[in-house]
Design a protein around this ligand. Structure first.
Ligand code: NAP
Length: 253
């Protein structure tokens, strides 16, 4: 059994072209994983892939929408032409949906669930057969503290986003039971992390947020990447079905 990445280990990171996904990819590369990035942003993917290749590990990317079931199957098939098995899957791709119940359209609700929740299903479904065949695998799902807080702030309601993120926690616990002992499934719940997704809002409310976080700073993609990489390595091997909050103890939303 590999104790962490080896020259033949591979990790897939969805939504990996930038932000938290790229932070996860960087941490995994530093633990000797080869990386496959999946995202909808072509140019950003190319830049991220080049930066990761510069470390000496192999990195490649695929343009894919995580809500597309068949695309996930096709991409995983391609990856398995190069690698014996897939060691790690980080289900990270996500998109904001700042609309309340009376403003959101049916299509926007469906899209939120499709990207966040069905995306986790699509990629887990595509990758798990190879993990079970090799007898080991690690899945890390990126949820959010919104799964607990409800995602409704003074500024905005993100109820659909929060519902999808809470669904991810249910899927994490269920799959941890279904796929043990070979495959561990855990979730990470970030608080306020400075990325393109939160950019302008966090910029505007930076002082207010910092006051409402015990560690008095906003999070970075690297803060999340370190925890994901910890859960993604074979050691520790007695943690599954868990959700780890990484938010500097944030009580402001
Ligand atoms: P980000 O900077 O916007 O990065 C997310 C990446 O995923 C973007 O490149 C985005 O492309 C891509 N993406 C979106 N929908 C996709 C799809 N259907 N298929 C493939 N790729 C897709 O966001 P982030 O802040 O790093 O967020 C990453 C994850 O962490 C998300 O799941 C988010 O909900 C979660 N999270 C973030 C925070 C935070 O404070 N930043 C807190 C809690 C949880 P487009 O921009 O073109 O859509």
């Amino acid at each position: 059994m590999k104790t962490q990445g080896s020259s033949s280990s591979v990790a897939i990171v969805t939504g990996g072209a930038r932000g938290i996904g790229l932070g996860c990819a960087k941490s995994l590369v530093s633990k000797d994983f080869n990386i496959v990035l999946v995202d909808v942003l072509d140019n950003e993917l190319n830049q991220a892939t080049s930066a990761l290749c510069a470390t000496g590990m192999h990195a490649e990317s695929f343009v894919a929408d995580v809500s597309d079931f068949q695309k996930a199957q096709n991409v995983v098939e391609r990856i398995l032409e190069r690698y014996e098995s897939i060691d790690v899957l980080v289900n990270n791709a996500g998109t904001p949906m700042p609309k309340g119940l009376l403003d959101i359209s049916e299509g926007e609700w469906d899209r939120t669930i499709d990207v966040h929740l069905k995306g986790c299903f699509n990629w887990s479904r595509a990758v798990v057969p190879s993990m079970l065949k090799s007898g080991t695998g690690r899945i890390v799902n990126i949820s959010s503290i919104s799964a607990y807080s409800g995602g409704v702030t003074r500024a905005v309601s993100k109820f659909a986003y929060a519902a999808a993120k809470a669904g991810i926690l249910g899927m994490t616990r269920s799959l941890a039971k279904e796929l043990g002992p070979s495959v561990t499934v855990n979730a990470v719940c970030p608080g306020a992390i400075k990325t393109e997704l939160t950019g302008e809002m966090l910029e505007r409310r930076s002082a207010e947020f910092t006051e409402g976080i015990s560690l008095r700073r906003l999070g970075t993609p690297e803060d999340i990447g370190e925890v994901v990489a910890f859960l993604a390595t074979v050691e520790p091997n007695f943690i599954t079905g868990q959700a780890i909050t990484v938010d500097g103890f944030q009580w402001i939303t």
